[in-house]
Structures are given as C-alpha cells and as structure tokens.
Design a protein around this ligand. Structure first.
Ligand SMILES: NC(=O)c1ccc[n+]([C@@H]2O[C@H](COP(=O)([O-])OP(=O)(O)OC[C@H]3O[C@@H](n4cnc5c(N)ncnc54)[C@H](O)[C@@H]3O)[C@@H](O)[C@H]2O)c1
Length: 319
C-alpha cells in the first residue's frame, strides 16, 4: 500500500484513477479546486475512509507543498484541459497548466516523493502529417493548451535530469468514459454526442466529420498510470497512451447511434480553431517502458460509456 496524491482527482480521469487506487488499498489524497471537477465524482468516499480531499488551487505553492507532504507518488491530472478555453483565455490556462505543474514538481522535489506521473496530451503533436504519431517525432503545438502540456513535459524531464526526481509524461489521446462532463461548453465530443442522442437532439459536428482520433477508453488510462507507478526506473520520458487505432467522428457517431437505437442526423458546423485533423498513436514505446497495452477497445468502451450515461439520466429523471 502506498501513499499517493492525485491532483485533479475530482475530474473525469482523476476520479476514475482515484477509485481504482482506493480499490487496490492505497492511501489517496486528492487536491482539487473543483473548477471543472465535481464532488459527486468522489461519491465512493464513504466506502473508502482512507480518501482525503483537499480543496485548493495548484497555482498556490504552499497548497501544493501541504498536499505533497508525506506522499510517495503524485499523479498530476489537475489542469484546465480545454483547447478552446486556452485559445480564449491563454493566461489563466497557462497559470494552471504550466505554473501549477511547476508548483507540483517543486513541492515534490526533495520531499521523499518517489515519482511524479504527469498527464500530458496528444495535442503536443499538432497537425504533423505523419501518422501514427511517435514520441521521437517533432512536436508542433497548435494551441496554448498544447504548448502548456508540452512545457509541463519538459519540466518533468528537467526535474529528473537536474534534481533526480523520477517523472514520466503520459500523452493521453482523446480519453472517454464514465464521469466525463457532457454539460460544459468545453466538453469532449463523446459525452456530448451521447447526451444529444439520449435527448433526441442532433449532435453537433465541427467540420465535415471526417477528422479522426485515436479514442481511448478510460480503463486503459487508469491501467497506464498504475503501470507507470510500478515500473522499475523512469527518467522523464514521454509515452503515448492510446489504442493505436483511429476512427472518424462520423463513424463514431454511427456506432453510438446503433448502440442507443437512434436515427437522428448530426448538425455540421464550421471547424474550430486549433483543432487537428487526424490523430493516431504509435504505442510501442509505452509497452517497452512501462508494459502498457490497451485492454478495452473503442466499441466496448463506447457501450460501457453509453450505459453509464443512460443510467445516470434515468437516475436523474427519478429524482
Ligand atoms: N480527457 C482527455 O481526453 C485528455 C486528453 C489529454 C490529456 N488530458 C489531461 O488529463 C488530465 C485530466 O483531464 P480530464 O479530462 O479528467 O479533465 P477534468 O476537467 O475532468 O479534470 C481536471 C481536474 O483538474 C481540476 N483543476 C483545474 N484547475 C485546477 C487548479 N487550479 N487547482 C486544482 N485543481 C484544478 C479540475 O477541477 C478537475 O477536477 C488533464 O491534465 C488533461 O490535460 C485529458
């Protein structure tokens, strides 16, 4: 059993990771300011009394130092994770995504923390034409968010090289699954599609829908984090976390329509600034370094996600 800190633990990925860490018997502390995360994502807290939640901001070094105190592993998921938001307000997202990451690393350095596992993003690759994207190719961030995630990766690498703090950056590729927020202006496409379909509203697609992504079910990401925790030695590397397959938004919507028995047509709108056209990961480095291999494919993941959201809707209606 280890003592671990999950920043952003009330968010979509952080709360799924927190629950699995608790299920495995670890002592978990969550640091979150609940700006995009929700308390109800941590509803399992009653089952696990070892869970401690600190409400605080990673932009504050003192808060980070208190949160890191006594922890062995830090899973740094906390961020403002939207491309669009970073285009509209680069300053705030920089303060959280770069400043907050630096604070977490500073707080962890020399405090007995064995390892910081950092949530990076496939957006660092940008619109480079080469597919699949592999970790040794040049990056080309197209938005402030992508650049901020990339800076975070370099800070992680530098903290290993300069101060010997073990780090790894997990470049997540379009993660989806239960607890992902469908209701914000900045929500990811899958929960938005499901939400529209179950309410009989036309889902909105920006562009022609032929853009493709390596959509990755949350269980694979949780697994990747656990593998990064138990790997032998890490030296600040960045690895792709994905399925290694891509699917277009039009195809994705068709699969969801079939699962949910919907016949509704999408509404196509202008493409958004900063969005990349295609994304697909080479996942061989992750396998080599931490033994990562996806275990849940897109279709099964979509079924599990649609089930979760349909159930949540029924519960909401019953209230
Ligand atoms: N979801 C994806 O497809 C995806 C893809 C690539 C990378 N990521 C990265 O994974 C991580 C988790 O993303 P998510 O999809 O779960 O998003 P999310 O918005 O659900 O979770 C982010 C969490 O960070 C918290 N947070 C934000 N600002 C904070 C601050 N100043 N102080 C403390 N906590 C703060 C939020 O309240 C939230 O709980 C992020 O670092 C994101 O950049 C996600």
């Amino acid at each position: 059993m280890s003592k671990v800190l999950v920043t952003g633990g009330a968010g979509f990925i952080g709360s799924n990771l927190t629950e699995e860490l608790l299920r495995r018997g670890h002592f978990v502390r969550v640091l979150d300011d609940f700006s995009t995360g929700k308390r109800e994502n941590l509803i399992f807290d009653e089952k696990y009394p070892s869970l401690k939640v600190i409400e605080g901001d990673i932009r504050d070094l003192d808060t980070c130092q208190k949160a890191v105190e006594g922890m062995e592993y830090v899973f740094h998921q906390g961020a403002l994770p939207s491309v669009q938001r970073s285009v509209e307000d680069p300053e705030t997202s920089n303060a959280v995504n770069v400043g907050g990451t630096l604070n977490i690393l500073l707080a962890a350095r020399g405090k007995g923390v064995k390892r910081v596992i950092y949530a990076s993003s496939s957006s660092v690759y940008g619109d480079t034409p080469t597919l699949p994207k592999h970790e040794e190719m040049p990056t080309n961030p197209l938005s402030p968010y992508a650049l901020q995630k990339y800076v975070g990766e370099h800070y992680c690498r530098l903290f290993y090289q300069l101060y010997g703090l073990e780090t790894i950056s997990l470049r997540y590729f379009n993660i989806f699954g239960p607890k992902q927020d469908p209701n914000s202006l900045y929500s990811a496409v899958i929960p938005k599609f499901i939400d529209a379909l179950v309410q009989d509203r036309p889902p909105v697609i920006f562009g022609d829908g032929e853009q493709s992504r390596d959509f990755t079910y949350i269980e694979n990401v949780v697994q990747a984090n656990l593998l990064a925790m138990s790997a032998e030695h890490l030296h600040g590397e960045a690895i792709n976390i994905a399925c290694g397959k891509r699917i277009s938004l039009n195809q994705l919507l068709n699969v969801l329509k079939e699962i949910l028995g919907s016949k509704i047509f999408p509404l196509y709108q202008e493409p958004r600034k900063g969005d990349v056209k295609h994304s697909l990961a080479d996942i061989r480095k992750g396998k080599e370094i931490v033994g990562y291999e996806p275990t849940v494919g897109v279709e099964i993941g979509l079924k599990k996600t649609a089930e979760f959201f349909s159930k949540a809707r029924i519960l909401l209606k019953d209230k």
